[in-house]
Design a protein around this ligand. Structure first.
Ligand SMILES: Cc1cc2nc3c(=O)[nH]c(=O)nc-3n(C[C@H](O)[C@H](O)[C@H](O)COP(=O)(O)OP(=O)(O)OC[C@H]3O[C@@H](n4cnc5c(N)ncnc54)[C@H](O)[C@@H]3O)c2cc1C
Length: 399
C-alpha cells in the first residue's frame, strides 16, 4: 500500500468497486478498502439486478449468474396476481462471486484492493478538506493520504457521516429486512418468475415479501417492512408466517438480515474532498430498495465529475456538486414518483389493494402502455385520482 493515492474508496460493494473501476480507467491511482474478511460475504441481498449495468463495468462471467428472470408477478394477500415482463433483462446473481469479480476488475485495471481493511477515520487538511483516511488492517493502524475520498460504505455509512453528510433516515423511510435462502422448493416455484407479495395488513406492513428463484429448487425468500412498523410483529415473524403458507416444508439454508434507506438519494452527497455513492448516498430505488445497479451508476456519475475535478486540482464541494445535479437530472423525478407510490401503497387499505390487483390482472398489460394502464385502473378505482395527483406532480404519469 502506498502512502498517497489520487482516490481512496471505503467499501468494496458494487458501488465502491464500480467507482474504483471508473477511477482506474481514468488513469488515477486508486486504493479500494473493504472491512470484511471476504469481499461480498455475508450476502445481504435478494441478488436480483438488471444485467445491462454490471456489463458496463466487467465482462460477463457465468460464475456470478444464478438465474435469468422472464417475468415479475405481483400478488395481493388473496393470492391473486398480475404478471408483467421486466422493463429490462433481469438476473439473479451470486453476490459473493459478483462483488469479488467487480473488485477483481478494479484490481486488473490497476487499483490496489485490500479486504480486512477498515476505514476508521478521515484526515482533514488545514482548510477542513478531507485529504485521506485512517485505517486499521490486521490490527495495525495507519494513515493514507488521498486527493479525494469516496464513501461507499453502505447502508450504515459512517465515513459519509464523519464528513458531515446527513445519512440517517427517518424510521418510516428505512426498510428493515430479513431473508432466508430456501431449499427443497422443486415444483413449488417457477424459476423464471420473481414474485412480490403485497399486503399492508396481513403480509408486510409498509413493505413487501419476495421470492427470487436462484435455481429450480432454491430461492431467496425475504421481507422488508417499514422500520416504524416493526412492532409488535417483527420482520422475522412476518417472513416465518409467509414461508409456512407459501412453501411449507422448505429447508432454510441460510439466514441474513439487513436494512436499507428508502428516502431517495441524499440532497448533499459531497463535501470538500469527499463524495458518497451507493447506499451510503441512499441511491437505492425508494419503492423496491433495489440498489445494486443504481449504486454502480451513482459511482460512475461521481467519477465522471471527480476525474476532471482532480485533473483541475479542485475537489471543493462547489465543484463536486455537479455530481448531485447529474443524479437529480437522471433520477430525481422518477425517484420522487417511486417514493410517493410507496407512500400511497402504504396508506392504501389491503382490501383496496386486493381490488387493484384484481382489476389489473384482467387487463392485457403486456400490450398496454403505462398511461393506458393508469387510465384503466383509474376508471375502476376513481378514488385513486386524488392519490394520482401526487404522481402527476412528481412526473410519473408524464414519462
Ligand atoms: C434484505 C435486502 C435485500 C436486498 N435485495 C436486493 C436485490 O434483490 N436487488 C438489489 O438491487 N438490491 C437489493 N438490496 C439492496 C442492495 O443490497 C444494496 O443497495 C447494494 O448492496 C448497495 O451497494 P453498495 O456498494 O452501496 O453497498 P454495500 O453492498 O453494502 O457495500 C458496502 C461495503 O462497505 C463495507 N464497509 C462498511 N464500512 C466500511 C469501512 N469503515 N471501511 C471499509 N469498508 C467498509 C461493507 O463491509 C460493504 O462491503 C437489498 C438489501 C437488503 C438489505
Amino acid at each position: 500500500m502506498k502512502a498517497q493515492y489520487d482516490v481512496i474508496i471505503a467499501g468494496a460493494g458494487p458501488a465502491g468497486s464500480a467507482a474504483a473501476i471508473r477511477a482506474a480507467e481514468a488513469g488515477l491511482s486508486v486504493l479500494l478498502l473493504e472491512k470484511r474478511q471476504e469481499i461480498g460475504v455475508p450476502v445481504r441481498c435478494g441478488e436480483a439486478t438488471d444485467v445491462k449495468t454490471p456489463l458496463r463495468f466487467m465482462p460477463f462471467d457465468p460464475r456470478w449468474l444464478h438465474n435469468r428472470i422472464d417475468h415479475f408477478a405481483v400478488y395481493n394477500a388473496q393470492g391473486e396476481r398480475v404478471v408483467v415482463p421486466p422493463s429490462s433483462e433481469t438476473i439473479i446473481v451470486d453476490r459473493r462471486v459478483f462483488d469479488q469479480a467487480l473488485a477483481n476488475q478494479a484490481s486488473a485495471l490497476g487499483a490496489d484492493v485490500y479486504a480486512s481493511s477498515t476505514v476508521i477515520g478521515l484526515l482533514h487538511d488545514e482548510h477542513g478538506t478531507v485529504c485521506g483516511v485512517r485505517l486499521k488492517q490486521f490490527g495495525t493502524e495507519r494513515a493514507v493520504r488521498a486527493r479525494l475520498v469516496i464513501a461507499a460504505d453502505g447502508t450504515e455509512s459512517q465515513v459519509a457521516r464523519w464528513a458531515g453528510l446527513k445519512t440517517i433516515p427517518p424510521l418510516a423511510d428505512y426498510y428493515t429486512g430479513i431473508q432466508f435462502l430456501l431449499g427443497n422448493l422443486r415444483g413449488r416455484i417457477d424459476p423464471r418468475i420473481c414474485e412480490y407479495h403485497i399486503g399492508v395488513e396481513s403480509l408486510a406492513p409498509g413493505g413487501y415479501l419476495w421470492v427470487f428463484p436462484k435455481s429450480g429448487d432454491t430461492a431467496n425468500v425475504g421481507v422488508v417492512i417499514a422500520a416504524d412498523r416493526a412492532r409488535p410483529i417483527s420482520a422475522r415473524a412476518w417472513l416465518e408466517r409467509f414461508v409456512a403458507r407459501r412453501c411449507p416444508g422448505a429447508s432454510i439454508l441460510s439466514v441474513m438480515a439487513g436494512g436499507i434507506p428508502i428516502t431517495g438519494a441524499l440532497k448533499r452527497m459531497t463535501t470538500d474532498g469527499l463524495m458518497a455513492v451507493g447506499d451510503a448516498a441512499h441511491q437505492a430505488d425508494p419503492l423496491t430498495a433495489g440498489g445494486i445497479g443504481l449504486g454502480m451508476i451513482g459511482a460512475e456519475m461521481a467519477m465522471q465529475v471527480a476525474a476532471p475535478a482532480l485533473q483541475a486540482g479542485d475537489v471543493s464541494a462547489r465543484r463536486l456538486q455537479a455530481y448531485e445535479r447529474l443524479w437529480r437530472d437522471q433520477f430525481g423525478r422518477m425517484h420522487a414518483a417511486l417514493y410517493n407510490m410507496r407512500r400511497i401503497l402504504t396508506r392504501m387499505t389491503e382490501t383496496h389493494f386486493d381490488a387493484l390487483v384484481r382489476t389489473a390482472a384482467a387487463m392485457p398489460l403486456e400490450t398496454m402502455s403505462l398511461p393506458d394502464i393508469v387510465v384503466g385502473l383509474l376508471k375502476n378505482h376513481p378514488g385513486l385520482l386524488l392519490e394520482a395527483r401526487t404522481l402527476v406532480s412528481t412526473g410519473l404519469l408524464l414519462k
